[in-house]
Ligand binder design. Structure first.
Ligand code: SF4
Length: 340
């Protein structure tokens, strides 16, 4: 039963109980699978032999197989995994001085078709299953063991996490469970275009950090860059964020990809300040990384600086995040599996 990997602890307790075993066995198994990345029953040494035998056919190996790793000059690494049905997905690790962030995918492709995103050009093939989302973390964690700890996980790879809400929430809960991967929710970030209903569900299910991918400060610009804006315009998305009861000292992150001549002018910066007024947030400006199939271009450095300075002059905490891994197409918005 392949889905053992996708079960939250309470569900696993139920399954183990059905096998006539005490519930604490489920905690042991959960900890082997998610805490230590052991997927074979015969390696779960603290289980009685009889239970190991019964478990063996119920556990299956990771459903993601590493096919290729590319390393960029800046140390960013892109991993391509093949799934059992032949589809492929990509994940990225980004090393920094004191942390290593893993960026995972939640879908094969994406239906939302943002103009600046390579994944969006694939269309949606399918949602990832919980074990396929977690499998990216487990596979890369075991490869990095003893070298680098994965300190942060961002759901920012291929796909829109809120379009695969249930699997996203389950994966987040397992990643943060003390007997699972034990990551603090603060070290997990979900990046989203901001679909109001699912956004509220996610917020109330698990207190991870939320990044809103905004990229346009008026509806005309945002709809041009992100078709989903026609369905959920800026006011609706920001009103949703304003309603969410953020814990003290926490803020939302607003991601804004700066695209040359599209949304990087001073008037865009002024409008951005207006729409974000009163929202507890910081702004990450991400200069666009062109990819082979696009005619969009990156912003001029002077325009990036002017944009940032204007936001800061109006009291908005603003950082420029130069994308990493552009030479191996691992930067923000450049992931595509091998489907293009
Ligand atoms: S930016 Fe995100 S939501 Fe938009 S097309 Fe790409 S993966 Fe989908």
């Amino acid at each position: 039963m392949e889905d053992f990997l996708s079960l939250e602890l309470s569900e696993l307790e139920g399954r183990i109980h059905e096998l006539g075993q005490p519930r604490y066995r489920a905690r042991q198994i959960f900890s082997w699978i998610h805490g230590r990345g052991v997927f074979r029953a015969d390696e779960m040494h603290n289980l009685p032999g009889e239970l190991r035998k019964r478990l063996a056919p119920l556990l299956s190996p990771l459903p993601v197989a590493l096919e290729e790793t590319l390393e960029a000059e800046d140390g960013t690494r892109k991993f391509r995994f093949r799934l059992r049905d032949g589809a492929s997905i990509e994940s990225v690790t980004i090393p920094e001085e004191k942390r290593t962030t893993l960026c995972v995918s939640t879908q094969v492709g994406c239906a939302l078709g943002c103009l600046f995103c390579r994944t969006g050009r694939m269309g949606l093939r399918r949602n990832l299953r919980v074990e396929e989302i977690l499998g990216q973390y487990y596979a890369i964690r075991s490869m990095s063991a003893g070298k680098t700890d994965l300190t942060h996980v961002v759901f920012m790879g291929m796909g829109e996490p809120l379009e695969n809400l249930e699997c996203t929430c389950r994966a987040l809960k397992i990643l943060t469970h003390p007997l699972g991967c034990g990551l603090s929710p603060r070290r997990l970030t979900v990046s989203t275009v901001g679909i109001p209903g699912p956004l509220e569900v996610l917020f109330h299910e698990i207190p991870v950090s939320i990044t809103l991918s905004l990229n346009g400060a008026d509806n005309e610009t945002r709809s041009r860059l992100m078709p989903i804006n026609r369905k959920h315009p800026i006011e609706e998305v920001l009103a949703t964020l304003r309603r969410l009861p953020l814990a003290p000292r926490r803020r939302f992150t607003i991601a804004y990809v700066l695209i040359g001549g599209e949304n990087d002018g001073l008037q865009d910066a002024q409008q951005l300040v207006r729409v974000l007024h009163g929202l507890r947030c910081k702004v990450n400006l991400i200069p666009f990384n062109p990819f082979p199939e696009t005619e969009l271009r990156g912003p001029k450095k002077a325009d990036v600086t002017a944009f940032q300075e204007f936001l800061r002059s109006k009291g908005l905490s603003t950082h420029v995040r130069w994308s990493r891994g552009g030479d191996v197409l691992a930067a923000c918005g450049q992931l595509s599996g091998d489907a293009l």
